[in-house]
Structure formats: C-alpha cells, structure tokens
Design a protein around this ligand. Sequence first.
Ligand code: ADP
Ligand code: ADP
Length: 234
Amino acid sequence: HPIISLQDVSVTFQSNGKPLNAVDKVNLQIRQGDIYGIIGYSGAGKSTLVRTINLLQKPTTGTVTVSDQDLQKLSTPKLRNARKKIGMIFQHFNLLNSRTVLNNVEYPLLSQPIGKPKRQAKAKKLLELVGLREFENSYPDQLSGGQKQRVAIARALANDPDILISDEATSALDPKTTNDILKLLKHLNETLGLTIVLITHEMQVIKSVCRHVAVMDEGKIIERGDVADVFSNP
Ligand code: ADP
Ligand code: ADP
C-alpha cells in the first residue's frame, strides 16, 4: 500500500521570465516501510519533488496523497498535523547553534501540549536512540558533522513521523561517517517501520541502503525500479 502517491505532479517556476518545469508530470508511489532513493544531477528537480510531499512546495498541477489524505484538500490545522508526521534532514543540519543538543531535539515538541519533564524525557530517549545521550548539554558547534546529523535525525523523529525525508543528508560527510549515518537510517527503518525517502547524487549511497530508486533528469523520472535492476552492470 503506498504511503506517498504523487499523481501527475508538476512544479513550474518562472526563470528569467520563462517557465521552467522543475518537476514535470511525475507519477510516483512509495510503499510504507520502503527506503526509496531519488538520484540525479544537481538541478534535476529532486529537492523540489520531495518538497511537494510535505507541501513545502505547492505543485502547480497534480495531486499529492500522503497516508491516504489529499494534502491540498486539508484545512490548515489538519495540514499542520500531517506535516508533523513527515520529518526532514538536510545537508547542512539546520541546528540552532545557540541551543544545547537537548534543546534542539525538544524544539519540535514545544508546540505540543506536553509539559517540560515529558518533553525532555522524550528528547533524551531520542538522543539515546541515535547514540548521543552523553552530549545532551553540548552545543552543536562542539560536535562533529556526523554527530550534528545524528542530532538532526533525533529532532526529525520528535513528533513520531511516519516518513523521513533525507535531502543530501550525507553529502557533507566523509565516507566512514556517511556509512554510519546510513546504517542508523536503516536501523530506524527496520525498528520503527519508518518510510525513508532519500535524495542523493551518489550512486553508492543508493546502493548501500535503498530498496527502490528513481532516476531524475530535467524534472522527469527517466528510470526506476529495484536498485539491483536499475544499477546492474550489463
Ligand atoms: P517511466 O515510464 O516513468 O520510465 P516505468 O517504465 O518504470 O516508468 O513504468 C511504467 C509506468 O508505470 C510509468 O509510466 C509509471 O506511471 C508507472 N510506474 C512505475 N513505477 C511506479 C511507481 N513507483 N509509482 C508510480 N507509478 C509507477
Ligand atoms: P536538485 O534538488 O535535483 O538539485 P532542484 O529541485 O533544487 O534540483 O531544482 C530544480 C530546478 O528548479 C533547477 O533548475 C533550479 O534552479 C530550479 N528552482 C528550484 N527552486 C526554484 C525557485 N524557488 N525558483 C526558481 N527556480 C527554482
């Protein structure tokens, strides 16, 4: 059963007065519990495509269905709730540098009706899950890139999302750290049943964790399928 379904989704930007189809009539279904990779060169439309999954980017045309809800038909409060079920991590971590690691992780819970003790207990549990419990009082600047990404992952999980979107999350990391982060994502997929949509420009990243892959070019999906089939050597 698909947890994410994009039907004929296009996103058109105005670029120097001319229309640019950053996403061009894409159909994509992603099954619950999958690790689905989206690969392509810079400018292929990967980020724009995944941003339609949480309506950070409104499609110009087409339908986005997540967990059987047509996102464009939801009221503002319902859309806000739907978005909470989609966590996101990025290449540059986007942590708050003036806040401790613990504060960063509890941040998404501040808008929830739960008290501080419960909120911090939850944040500590998440830090445990990503292997950073002893760093709760550190500041992001005191951490390595891989540790920062772990904090970002813990924060992305604060609202118990069903889906995690990873937009080039390992692109700023060395190969060993990349491997550790990918292992963590795989573990979260297996233990929490988290559906992961992973954007990258590196084939090795797709090969090491994804089950399915779509190759994007100029806004279109030009190839897709099982990773082993798409990247098999002839
Ligand atoms: P494409 O035509 O995009 O290269 P394929 O040849 O892999 O795709 O598949 C044939 C058709 O099946 C596609 O046009 C597409 O609409 C549909 N399809 C295949 N895989 C998916 C998927 N994961 N989600 C949605 N539609 C799919
Ligand atoms: P990728 O993630 O594959 O690198 P993007 O989705 O970031 O690709 O960009 C796809 C295309 O859309 C690029 O040509 C980019 O310049 C353009 N683009 C992205 N965002 C905007 C925007 N807000 N306004 C205009 N053009 C944009």
